[in-house]
Ligand binder design. Structure first.
Ligand SMILES: *Cc1c(COP(=O)(O)O)cnc(C)c1O
Length: 428
């Protein structure tokens, strides 16, 4: 397999784009090698500019639940383009998509659309602060909520204290209102509430997908909701990844816990740039122009993106066995790989939630970020590289989630398991 053209393209890109990429994870830094430049996607497959084919378990980092080039979404977009790309004025499709979401979720009366997951979360947090009149927020170590300033934090001197910036360019003044807690550990959240009486909200990925796949325990989520309620803080489910991925109702299809605000992104745009956040009317009404909390966007609710989102959602709703099919494919994949690894004396921790799957090179259960960090990233990097050479495109980091799409089938999954057998044999 030659990737000569990708290597040349990467070198050329690096001259004019920092690191040659527009989002750092794409650069393959943690696994080494050259990122592949993509010419085309077809269903479950990616084709790079050298003409190599790969089974794609990244699916644009989540959005493409129907795979590449889904005809229904493609046609919705092509039709919408004919009427104009953007108006900066209300269109009917925004209401249609909002209605679909509000009907699907009992706890969402109103929803506002934005253009990315980052924007959705940033706006949801401002809303929570405006609604409660409080400044502090709690997030969990290892959860990712986009790249806005107050969320780029790492643990300071200890957990449950105020975070310090995880990136230069973020003033400590902007992270001093963010407290960090440990995923699946309610005591660490209690400590945050003990340290601050000014907590506006707790934000969580209820199915964490940005430190590898780590679902929250049901008991933990229940205690978290009770704690927030008792202390007058809002609970935000960041479902930018898990929304319409883990089930039609995202994490809310797996837990009885009901959040106050939910954020969406990825699948909700069907591959176009869309984010959204929603909640009860009393909360959402605090947003401008009804209320005082400012939030805006020139391309928010863009009609092309909305049509792509609506077409996706309609398909997700009409195919009642879809999530079961995707989940069983995911299970088949990770269980098959786990067995193949075990034959070579390699331990994998695996999990699946709907169309999301994860595998850690780790011999202990993974419940939080610290556990995840104990995984063998060197072995992951070797595995990634060798699987890529076999035509299997996994996310280029141990700390990402894999995605099954509707264009996959058992035959493809079994071929990947066979390839993994060969690769595990080489790694052992
Ligand atoms: C991807 C992601 C974001 C950020 O979304 P962008 O569209 O990349 O800005 C936020 N939260 C979660 C949970 C995500 O997975």
């Amino acid at each position: 397999m030659s990737i000569k053209k990708s290597i040349a393209a990467f070198n050329e890109a690096k001259e004019v784009i920092p690191g040659g990429v527009d989002s750092p994870v794409r650069a393959f830094k943690s696994v080494g090698g050259t990122p592949l430049f993509i010419a085309k996607g077809e269903g479950a497959k990616l084709i790079d500019i050298d003409g190599n084919h790969y089974i794609d378990f990244v699916q644009s980092w989540g959005p493409l639940i129907f795979g590449h080039g889904d005809k229904t979404i493609e046609n919705a977009v092509l039709e919408a383009v004919k009427d104009g790309l953007s108006f900066g004025a209300p269109t009917l499709v925004e209401t249609d998509l909002a209605k679909d979401i509000c009907t699907l979720f009992d706890n969402i009366d109103k929803v506002r659309f934005v253009s990315s997951g980052t924007e959705a979360v940033m706006s949801a947090i401002r809303l929570a602060r405006g609604f409660t009149g409080r400044d502090d927020i709690v997030k969990f170590e290892g959860c990712y909520h986009g790249h806005s300033d107050s969320l780029l934090v790492q643990a300071g001197s200890g957990m449950a204290t105020f975070g310090t910036p995880s990136s230069p360019g973020v003033p400590a003044d902007l992270t001093k209102h963010t407290l960090l807690a440990t995923y699946n550990d309610i005591e660490s959240v209690k400590k945050c509430f003990d340290n601050s009486s000014d907590i506006a909200c707790v934000i969580i990925e209820p199915i964490a997908g940005n430190m590898g796949l780590i679902p929250a325990d049901e008991a933990f989520l229940k205690e978290l909701a009770t704690l927030c309620h008792d202390r007058g803080a809002l609970l935000i489910f960041d479902e930018v990844m898990s929304g319409f991925r883990a089930s039609l109702k995202g994490a809310q299809g797996h837990t009885s816990v009901v959040p106050d605000i939910v954020t969406f992104g990825k699948v909700i745009g069907g591959g176009m740039p869309v984010g959204a956040f929603g909640g009860r009317a009393e909360i959402m009404n605090v947003l401008s122009p009804d209320g005082p909390v400012y939030q805006a966007g020139t391309l928010s609710g863009n009609p092309i993106a909305m049509q792509a989102g609506l077409a996706s959602l309609k398909q997700l709703q009409s195919d009642t066995t879809l999530y079961n099919r995707l989940e069983s494919l995911g299970k088949r994949l990770v269980v098959g790989m786990q067995e193949a690894a075990k034959e070579q004396g390699i331990s994998l921790q695996v999990d699946v939630r709907g169309s999301m799957f994860g595998f850690f090179f780790n011999d202990q259960p993974v419940k939080n970020f610290d556990d995840a960090l104990k995984s063998d990233t060197t072995m992951f990097a070797a595995f990634h590289q060798k699987m890529l050479a076999e035509g299997v495109y996994f996310a280029c980091s141990q700390f990402e989630t894999g995605f099954i799409c509707a264009a996959m089938n058992e035959e493809m999954i079994d071929s990947v398991i066979e390839k993994s057998k060969k690769v595990f044999g080489q790694l052992a």
